[in-house]
Design a binder for this molecule. Structure first.
Ligand code: KIV
Ligand code: ZN
Length: 508
């Protein structure tokens, strides 16, 4: 068994996470999130499944070409075409990894693969050899490992290690196992295949029974030295093991696990909010570590205790996950230097051009809002970093609304230098504005979700609107708009989602 006390964090937010409904991201968003994952210190980024579509290939390749410090993996079925394509996509990476998989449970082999055990074993070995011919960093996954026959699984694991696999991933594909069972499973496989101690055993848990994190930690006790997880726990069905929960469990209970990771805890909050911003999907308020209420103490007795000594009701500090107090930073008289320095402190490095653009928006905001907080600034630049080409821009809008009339919205948008203005009515000013935009764009767009919230407290708080639109093949596009006027932020969010949809269609 691996006695090393370091766990590698394999992040699959961009693959297992992205393939779940409502989580699709465009190329720019994927690159931006990958940069943040690298900044946070994950060891491996699974950037996608290169042979699943040209778009996926392009994003895996772009991420592989961009990352400097972490390994970049592409998923591949155990077939020549997938493996060759995966290699094409990751070969530019500083540390490329091919991640091939084949199912090993009777159920999957008989009904899904329609292959015998011997055929699966032969394919696994041949394809591992093929992948190992390309690079030394090869991960083999035995899909549905936890429901596989242990004797057969051990045979496959032994054979693929001999064929060149350097990481052996044992997924609980359907979220079926329990912590005690999972620890024993990893320990038993180490007993049956001593060679497993010379490579890295990896866990990949799904959350169907709400046990993904507990099972991942149990796998670590059983000898796993890589844990696969996603930011905010996104992923197929009930999701994957949540990265932030695993990291903080290992950090807070270091006395119990004695395990280290390369992840910087204080980047957790930023990664979580970035993903929320990109997808428009918020975590539930009581979500461990990153939910809005995770560090909120409501009960008087708790508040009293925390004020007297934080540790009475807090097992970790908000700062340890990167949660900062909303602090007053800049105002309308602040200059570009102060703005850039503040951005640096917040961990953003913008190009001169991006900085100039963000500073312009900061000035506009500071004119409308007396106090500009860190959260406002982060919201401004996060938008910058993931900007897609603006097919449509807002020229102006006029709203006529009240509780005794039907709302009307006059909206003017600019496309290719030409301004088009139209009027629409609806049950409220926001609905009327969205209908007017649909008219100009010339298609009816299905609104999947709409949310608005204040970024900071106060009467002049910045309204943060998110719009999720449904495009072709059920893909969703989330747009974001910021303004001190909530109608303007809603209109901007809608236009941003439309622009992403156009960008995606152009990419496709
Ligand atoms: O859940 C699973 O089995 C997977 C594999 C493809 C690694 O995601
Ligand atoms: Zn999975």
């Amino acid at each position: 068994m691996d006695s090393n006390n370091k766990i590698r964090i394999f992040d699959t937010t961009l693959r297992d996470g992205e393939q779940s409904p409502g989580m699709s991201m465009n190329l720019k968003e994927k690159i931006e999130l990958a940069k943040q994952l690298e900044r946070m210190g994950v060891d491996v980024i699974e950037a996608g499944f290169a042979n699943s579509s040209p778009g996926d290939f392009q994003s895996v390749k772009a991420i592989a070409d961009t990352m400097k410090d972490c390994a970049v993996a592409s998923l591949a079925r155990a077939g020549a075409a997938d493996i060759d394509r995966a290699w094409e996509a990751v070969k530019g990476a500083a540390d490329p990894r091919i991640h091939l998989f084949i199912a090993t449970s009777d159920l999957h082999m008989e009904y899904k693969l329609k292959m015998s055990k011997d055929e699966v074993l032969k394919t696994a070995v041949e394809m591992t050899k093929r992948a190992a011919g390309y690079c030394p960093n090869i991960q083999f996954s035995a899909e549905d490992a936890t429901r596989s026959d242990m004797g057969f699984l051990a045979k496959v694991v032994k054979a693929v290690i001999k064929a060149g696999a350097t990481t052996i991933n044992l997924p609980d594909t359907v979220g079926y196992t329990t912590p005690d069972e999972h620890e024993a499973f990893f320990a038993e496989l180490h007993r049956r295949v001593p060679e497993l101690g010379n490579v890295i055993a990896s866990s990949h848990c799904h959350n169907d029974l709400g046990l993904a994190v507990a099972n991942s930690l149990a796998a670590v006790r059983g000898g796993a030295r890589q844990v696969e997880c996603t930011v905010n726990g996104i992923g197929e069905r009930a999701g994957n093991a949540a990265l932030e929960e695993i990291i903080m469990a290992l950090y807070v209970r270091k006395n119990l696990y004695g395990i280290e990771t390369n992840v910087d805890n204080t980047e957790i909050m930023r990664s979580s909010s970035m993903l929320t911003r990109i997808t428009g999907v918020k975590v539930q308020p009581n979500k461990a570590i990153v939910g809005d209420n995770a560090f909120a103490h409501e009960a008087g007795i708790h508040q009293h205790g925390v004020l007297a000594k934080a540790e009475t009701y807090e097992i970790m500090t908000p700062a340890s996950v990167g949660l900062k107090e909303s602090n007053l930073v800049l105002g309308k008289h602040s200059g570009k230097h102060a703005f850039r320095d503040r951005l640096k402190d917040l961990g953003y490095a913008l190009s001169d051009e991006e900085l100039a653009e963000a500073f312009k928006r900061f000035k506009e905001l500071a004119d409308r809002k007396k106090r500009v907080y860190d959260k406002d600034i982060e919201a401004l630049v996060a938008k910058d970093a993931m900007q897609v080409p603006e097919t449509f821009t807002l020229d102006k809008y006029v709203i006529n609304s009240g509780n005794t009339i039907t709302s009307t919205a006059t909206v003017a948008l600019v496309k290719d230098g030409k301004t088009t203005e139209t009027v629409a009515s609806g049950s409220g000013p926001i609905y009327a504005s969205f209908k007017a935009i649909d008219k100009i764009v010339g298609r009816h767009l299905e609104l999947e979700d709409f949310q608005i919230k204040a970024i900071t407290e106060g009467e002049d708080a910045l309204g943060d609107a998110r719009v999720v639109l449904k495009g072709l093949e059920g893909r969703t596009f989330s747009g974001r708009g910021l303004s001190t006027d909530i109608i303007e932020s809603s209109i901007k969010a809608y236009i941003n989602a439309v622009n992403k949809l156009y960008y995606q269609e152009k990419e496709a």
